[in-house]
Design a protein around this ligand. Structure first.
Ligand code: C2E
Ligand code: MG
Ligand code: MG
Length: 582
């Protein structure tokens, strides 16, 4: 604006008087214009044209002079003037009666905004235009502050989830990035935050969040953005010049920043956090997508206790887990699961001593879901208690149905698997008692298979449960033996009857001498402790014979039979009873 004024402002009125002649009518008109302008409180001026497109200020009021003319020419003002001239010129060239536009310029106290309007004056002779400007700077500042509140977290003053997205967009579009640059999102979840809130109150929780925010901020590099994207969730947007290694450096710094305890009133609290990272492939990646991936990684980190980097497929995994959980709930409610029965063979006589009951699930939508997958989801979601109850009842019922078909009790039992989570959450002893009573089966025919982890998790509870099962005459087997941490001696005081040597030792015993030594050691220790041993995963006759010679009591594996339906299992038994050989 100033530049226009500087070159066109009529300092010497007669030299620039566009009306040329200076006749009385025009002098009157200008005097009237001056009075009109003086009556307008905001900056206002009458503009005219010289040589078709050269705009100049014919008359201006004091507010206009204050706002636009009193400043010294600077580069910024020249830019503003150029923009202003373009806008005015394009209006003049158009056939519009009036126009308005916003003008932004850098003032001494920050950006200034003017809402400008321009309209045609109905005068004879050369065209004249009335220009007015309203200072909108304070409105814009209020808007900006409101927006900042909307985009930031009141407690830590960090950007919130929405603000984080805007900051990322701003960084991606307004900074210069090298060609091969990537960005990363590091998601941080404060693990014990809810406990602090519950036990010390929300004020302490707030204080903890503020301190953590400060410490996280100290681990940032210039240009990184820290945000609080949820109650106890923080996230960092980081520019990565060296891919993952840059991200891991930041993770290292976060760990260091949070390593010393935080003082909350009289307490020193150590902050635990789960960290998940996701890297963009290039700068075109959708930042929201990368944030979601980092959040998926942090969920896994919460379980694993390690820093997790998003792998392709993690989101799909999470979605699959979710659909497994909802379909499994449905299957449990409507009888969608079945039990398959795998024969257990007495290795010395070849007799079928019983069957292991293994859950099977063929879902109409998901198809066949392997037990390792749905048992893990059931354990995570708590559905394992109903699944476990169903399996115990169903196994006991299958025995009683076989007995009915055979006309008398079959000389076989069924093994039922127990999950450590089920043992922790459910009253497993009463469950078995009811299942046995309901089906009229002797406790000695139902073996409980449990794993070492169930005992390690809560030894006292496990001990009580095992003795309660013994009161029901149930045999107890230790499943997957050898894969856990317990030693045989520690099991000695527990009423365990059978050790099932894990498949990983048995199946490779022939090729791997170490595995064979382990199997032999387990067998001799079990003998001295008066425990029977079942070998899992016997896939060849060679293995069956080797284990027979080593004195192993019982075997199970594909060599004998794969798990089969209830009806097939009955036929399998009836076809072989009395004349088995291995
Ligand atoms: P597990 O209790 O150790 O069961 C033995 C697993 O080994 C079964 O897998 C069986 O099919 C498999 N298997 C048996 N012989 C062989 C062999 O010769 N070669 C090979 N490669 N595999 C063999 P499955 O049925 O997939 O079950 C996996 C696990 O799922 C079970 O391991 C058990 O921990 C769990 N599970 C199955 N049903 C239930 C259930 O009703 N409740 C609970 N809590 N867990 C269950
Ligand atoms: Mg088992
Ligand atoms: Mg097993």
């Amino acid at each position: 604006m100033e530049s226009i004024a500087a070159c066109n402002w009529p300092v010497n009125r007669s030299s620039v008087d566009p009306l040329g002649g200076g006749d009385d009518a025009h002098i009157d008109q200008m005097a009237a214009g001056r009075q009109w302008l003086a009556a307008i409180p905001q900056p206002a001026a009458i503009l005219s044209l010289r040589d078709e497109d050269d705009i100049f200020v014919l008359e201006a009021n004091a507010a206009f002079t204050d706002s636009f003319r009193s400043r010294r020419i600077s580069q910024i003002m020249e830019q503003v003037a150029a923009e202003w001239r373009d806008r005015v010129n394009s209006f003049i060239q158009s056939d519009r009666v009036c126009d308005s536009f916003e003008l932004r310029r850098d003032g001494p106290l920050g950006p200034e905004y003017f809402m400008c309007t321009i309209g045609r004056l109905p005068v004879d002779g050369p065209a004249q235009f009335l220009f007015t400007a309203i200072d909108r700077t304070s409105d814009r500042t209020i808007e900006k502050n409101l927006r900042r509140e909307l985009l930031s977290d009141g407690l830590t003053a960090l950007p919130n989830r929405t603000g984080f997205g805007e900051e990322i967009d701003d960084r991606l579009s307004n900074t210069v990035w090298p060609d091969n640059a990537q960005f990363g999102i590091i998601a941080i979840d404060l693990s014990r935050f809810s406990r602090v809130n519950e036990s010390l109150g929300p004020m302490a929780g707030d204080e903890l969040l503020i301190t953590v925010a400060k410490r996280l901020k100290s681990s940032l590099r210039q240009g990184d953005v820290l945000a609080r994207i949820g109650g106890n969730d923080f996230a960092i947007f980081a520019r990565l010049n060296n891919g993952l290694s840059d991200a891991l450096h930041i993770v290292q710094r976060i760990r260091e920043a949070l390593s010393s305890p935080i003082r909350l009133s009289d307490l020193q609290i150590r902050v635990d956090c789960a960290i998940g990272c996701a890297l963009s492939i290039d700068l075109q990646d959708d930042p929201d997508d990368v944030v979601r991936k980092a959040q998926a990684a942090v969920k896994i980190a919460k379980r694993s206790g390690k820093v997790e980097i998003y792998r392709n497929g993690v989101l799909k995994e999470a979605q699959r887990r979710f659909s497994i959980e909802s379909r499994l709930r449905e299957a449990l409610a409507h009888g969608g699961l079945t039990l398959a029965y795998q024969p257990l063979i007495h290795l010395q006589t070849g007799e079928i001593t019983g069957f292991e009951a293994l859950a099977r699930w063929n879902d109409p939508e998901l198809g066949h879901v392997p037990p390792v997958e749905f048992i893990a989801v059931a354990e995570e979601s708590g559905l394992i208690t109903s699944l476990g109850r169903w399996a115990a009842y169903e196994a006991a019922q299958a025995l009683s149905r076989w007995d009915v078909r055979f006309g008398q009790p079959l000389p076989v039992g069924v093994n039922v698997n127990l999950s450590p989570i089920q043992m922790a959450r459910d009253d497993v002893a009463s469950m078995f008692e009811e299942a046995l009573r309901y089906s009229g089966i002797a406790g000695s025919r139902l073996t409980a298979e449990l794993t070492e982890s169930a005992i390690i998790a809560d030894p006292d509870k496990a001990r009580k449960l095992l003795f309660a099962l013994k009161d029901l005459q149930m045999p107890i087997a230790m499943d997957d033996f050898g894969t856990g941490f317990s030693n045989l001696a520690s099991l000695h005081s527990l009423p365990i009857d059978i050790l099932k040597i894990d498949r990983s030792f048995v199946s490779s015993m022939a090729e791997d001498r170490d595995k064979a030594v382990i199997v032999r050691t387990i067998l001799s220790l079990a003998e001295s402790l008066n425990l029977k041993v079942t070998a899992e995963g016997i896939e060849t006759q060679e293995l069956a014979l080797a284990l027979q010679q080593m004195g192993c009591w019982q075997g199970q594996g594909y060599y004998f039979a794969k798990p089969m339906t209830e009806a097939d299992a009955f036929d399998y038994w009836r076809a072989r009873w009395n004349f088995e050989t291995i």
